[in-house]
Design a protein around this ligand. Structure first.
Ligand code: ZN
Length: 647
């Protein structure tokens, strides 16, 4: 989809003629003159270590400075803009009720226990949708429906990886989403190891030809999950890159931060032109085992036997629930999560938690409306997206049906149930002065202001890029998320009920105040003639629609508790933008989110009709008729390369 590659890199720019440090100096003098409203003490925290700009006016590194986002004139806030005090009181009540409510836990417990794994297009996917519809009706939403779409499903069969020769032994592995199977008799070949995707793509193709490529790139643990952005590229591109260089198959070290003997699955990108080769993830201990074995026997061979079904014509749907607003022209406040999960676990952290959080947050608001006989200013819409994990049809279908409706906000919860510690925005300058009062209501939850570089879960990120819709991000503790993500260990016991309720409280407040806002959150258009700084979006991110990579939040390393700086009404003082040379630099949250969005293969909508039959792969080279049919529907074009997100 070439049109996806034309997104502007960023909509929010300071005119090039106003250097960042002048803008900051202006802000500081205005604060001194009392032109900037005093901020609540809870928000007035010192800038964390490593912040790009200090109060002394120390400049950021050039790459960051170049990307300063905002016109200097907006440093003067509109001092009179605030939420109605009644709305703030309701927000505080919603917050307190949500913290005491067990609704989210009950929903998550039901979804993960009664339905469990729900890969898109499976019978459990349909059962999950029926469950969601039933629960949303029970919770009193006046409008609940499914918005159906055709999808291209994928089914996992058995996979085995055997070390041959003197050190013969089995390794633990699982297939990656959309992987083809091995031909009858499997694949037996020598292994060639690379420490990164870049190392592989630089290698002489003759080194890869006829081999099993092994990419052994570890993922670093971090609070924000920022390591995912880069390492998930191995998963998403290894098969495509290795296949085009003549490799027979690819095995990767799992994209995860654990040392459990459980592989992490995940989707991957495909090149319609092929060739399509089997792709598997080894558990982290097995990847380390293989590396040690290769030191002992550099010519080591593996036997791979993998069975999958690809391009299975199936149907799924977004589940949508609405609380109508007083004025439809003011746009929707859309909060979402994805209902599908991988097949290995029960989809508790990914993304049952998000489903429970947004359903419960909206239900809290619905209960308030019912009790008071009122309507929100703007409609509130809950969307449980279809097939976020392995196709992305849900987000695309939402755009098809609702892309032309005004949106006050879109946000997606898709990072487990770790506590929310920070709030960030990506809204217009006109609405930014409302953020301090949002932070005030969130402060008792341990949530502090972040910056204006908010991002969101993959479906929402895709839509934000496509439609320039605003968002407010509730950043969560995610240091352990990638221990379990996409594994058999993604189960209910990984969720803390209190942290889940804290998420619901934060989402209730954020959603309610967005719906009641006295002004639109609409993002500002890029000023005419403003220099576009920063890097062009990585092509693959563009392909998925996740092209506009915001800069990272620059969280203090190892910080705990609420971070970090004040919700400047004047714009982001902490923002930085990746340089062209380093598409991931300084983009923790953004990277995580965009990576998730970007790894989703993008299919041409028309080609869905091309795949009618389950294709049982019997040929690694994709010679079966079924495979040939499948090829037509496999990722159309779409750019090579990519970057960032989520989740
Ligand atoms: Zn997810």
């Amino acid at each position: 989809m070439r049109d996806m590659m034309t997104f502007p890199f960023c909509q929010d720019r300071r005119p090039a003629f106003i250097p960042r440090r002048w803008a900051l100096a202006l802000a500081l003098s205005m604060a001194g003159l009392g032109l900037v409203a005093p901020l609540d003490e809870a928000m007035a925290r010192p800038a964390p270590k490593g912040k790009a700009v200090t109060a002394k006016g120390k400049a950021k590194p050039a790459a960051s400075r170049a990307a300063d986002p905002r016109p200097a004139m907006v440093l003067a806030p509109a001092p009179t803009l605030h939420h109605a005090s009644g709305d703030l009181q309701v927000a505080a009540t919603l917050r307190d009720r949500a913290q005491k409510s067990t609704l989210a836990w009950e929903l998550l417990e039901q979804l993960t226990t009664e339905i469990g794994p729900r890969p898109a297009g499976s019978p459990n996917d349909a059962r999950a949708r029926e469950w969601a519809v039933q629960q949303l009706r029970r919770l009193g939403f006046p409008e609940v429906r499914q918005e159906a779409m055709p999808i291209r499903a994928w089914r996992r069969g058995p996979a085995s990886v055997q070390v041959l020769g003197a050190f013969a032994q089995p390794l633990v592995a699982t297939a990656l989403g959309h992987s083809v199977g091995t031909p009858a008799g499997g694949i037996k070949a020598q292994v060639v190891r690379f420490a990164s995707l870049a190392e592989m793509t630089r290698a002489e193709p003759s080194l890869l030809r006829g081999k099993i490529v092994f990419i052994d790139m570890p993922m670093a643990r971090s609070r924000s999950g920022e390591g995912y952005g880069e390492v998930s590229q191995v998963r998403s591109k290894a098969a495509m890159e290795a296949g085009s260089r003549g490799a027979l198959a690819v095995v990767i070290r799992s994209v995860g931060t654990d040392h459990d003997r459980l592989p992490h699955t995940g989707t991957m990108r495909e090149d319609a032109a092929g060739p399509h080769i089997p792709a598997l993830a080894l558990s982290v201990p097995d990847a380390e085992q293989l590396t040690r074995l290769l030191k002992r026997e550099p010519g080591l061979q593996l036997q791979l036997d993998v069975s999958t079904e690809t391009n299975v014509a199936a149907e799924s749907a977004n589940v949508v629930a609405e609380l109508p607003g007083k004025d439809p022209s003011k746009g929707w406040v859309t909060i979402g999560a994805h209902l599908d999960s991988w097949d290995l676990g029960t989809g508790a952290i990914d993304d049952g938690a998000g489903v429970a959080i947004v359903m419960s947050a909206a239900a809290q608001i619905q209960a308030h409306l019912k009790a008071t006989g009122t309507q929100p200013e703007r409609g509130i819409r809950v969307v449980l997206f279809a097939n976020e994990e392995n196709g992305f049809e849900g987000a695309r279908h939402y755009e098809q049906l609702h892309g032309n409706e005004p949106h006050q906000l879109i946000a997606e919860s898709d990072f487990g149930a770790g506590k929310v510690y920070q709030v960030a925005s990506r809204i217009g300058d006109a609405a930014q002065p409302l953020m301090p009062s949002l932070v005030q209501v969130l402060a008792p939850l341990g949530v502090a202001w972040g910056d204006r570089d908010a991002w969101s879960g993959p479906d929402a990120a895709f839509l934000m890029n496509r439609r320039q819709w605003p968002t407010v991000e509730l950043r969560q503790e995610g240091g352990d998320y990638f221990d379990w993500h996409h594994t058999a260990n993604d189960t209910l016991d990984k969720v803390d009920a209190k942290a889940l309720a804290q998420n619901v409280a934060a989402w209730s407040v954020m959603t309610w105040l967005a719906a009641q806002s006295p002004v639109s959150y609409a993002r500002d258009a890029q000023p005419a003639g403003a220099a576009v700084t920063g890097a062009p979006a990585p092509a693959a991110a563009a392909a998925s629609g996740a092209a506009t990579l915001p800069s990272g939040s620059e969280l203090p390393a190892g910080a705990s508790g609420a971070a970090a700086h004040t919700p400047s009404q004047s714009g982001s003082q902490s923002s930085s933008q990746a340089s062209a040379a380093e598409p991931h630099a300084g983009q923790p949250l953004a990277s995580r989110h965009a990576a998730a969005a970007a790894t989703h293969p993008v299919t041409h909508p028309v080609t869905h009709q091309a795949a009618h039959q389950p294709a049982r792969h019997v040929s690694a080279k994709g010679k079966s008729a079924a495979h040939a049919r499948g090829k037509a529907s496999v990722s159309k074009a779409v750019a090579k390369g990519h970057a960032s997100r989520r989740r």
